[in-house]
Design a protein. Structure first.
Length: 251
């Protein structure tokens, strides 16, 4: 009788553990992911306008305008940075952005002979010394001569390995970290309205909304493939017409 009682208790404990394992499953988004550049798109839009003698207004994002004299010197720019434009030829400009003495961005622009295509060899520099390089090819959508005009990228070649790590955060939440994308975000799915809020659309889909002063500035949709081996992040910023699409493979 004692033996039967012991075995019954043991069986019940085992069944309880199995039930917990069935209910408490690992979050399918958690893991380490690597960008597949061939399936990704990082479209960019920019405008260059004349703002005076040898002076240009450059718009790289909605509402973000740097107005710089193209004399090769460092000039005050957005968010406490400095920006310089060096004219190296009629079809070649070199751009440098710094934060104090730290180099943030260097870019070499080359204009095609017919003035309709602009290539941008872009390199971003992080405080730890690592870099992110992207080679852009733009086509002119407005303007007729020189670098002035509106440009939309038609091709982006990423020259750096980009990784994304997703980990559990505060129960049902998730943290997103990518050194290459300068991304460090922690999201809870409690429905509260905050600077960055998220919701689970279904088991394989998330939606994250970023706000500034109560206004939506960006949204990200994150989708998992049915086999849970591919993660697609579609990001829309401001009123930009083309979303960024990053396709990651599980490592």
């Amino acid at each position: 009788m004692l033996a039967l009682s012991y075995r019954s208790t043991h069986v019940l404990r085992c069944l309880s553990v199995l039930c917990l394992l069935t209910v408490v499953r690992a979050d399918p988004f958690v893991g380490k992911w690597r960008l597949n550049p061939s399936k990704s798109r990082l479209p960019d839009e920019m405008t260059v306008a004349v703002a005076g003698p040898n002076r240009y207004a450059l718009t790289f994002a909605p509402g973000a305008v740097d107005t710089i004299v193209a004399d090769g010197r460092d000039h005050p720019a957005l968010q406490g940075t400095t920006f310089s434009i060096t004219v190296e030829g009629s079809n070649n400009w070199k751009m440098i952005r710094k934060q104090g003495d730290h180099l943030l961005v260097s870019a070499d622009w080359t204009l095609s002979s017919d003035g309709q295509t602009l290539t941008d060899a872009f390199t971003g520099y992080r405080p730890d010394g690592s870099t992110l390089s992207v080679h852009y090819v733009y086509e002119r959508t407005a303007g007729s001569a020189g670098f002035t005009g509106t440009w939309d990228s038609v091709k982006e070649e990423v020259g750096t390995v980009i990784e994304l790590t997703i980990q559990p955060y505060q129960g049902d939440g998730l943290s997103f970290d990518s050194r290459e994308l300068t991304l460090a975000k922690k999201i809870t799915f409690d429905g509260r309205d905050s600077v960055s809020s998220g919701r689970r659309v279904n088991e394989r889909s998330l939606e994250i909304t970023d706000k500034q002063q109560g206004k939506v500035t960006a949204t990200q949709q994150i989708e998992l493939s049915p086999d849970l081996k591919t993660l697609t992040l579609t990001a829309r910023q401001g009123d930009r017409s083309k979303p960024t699409v990053l396709v990651f493979e599980r490592e």
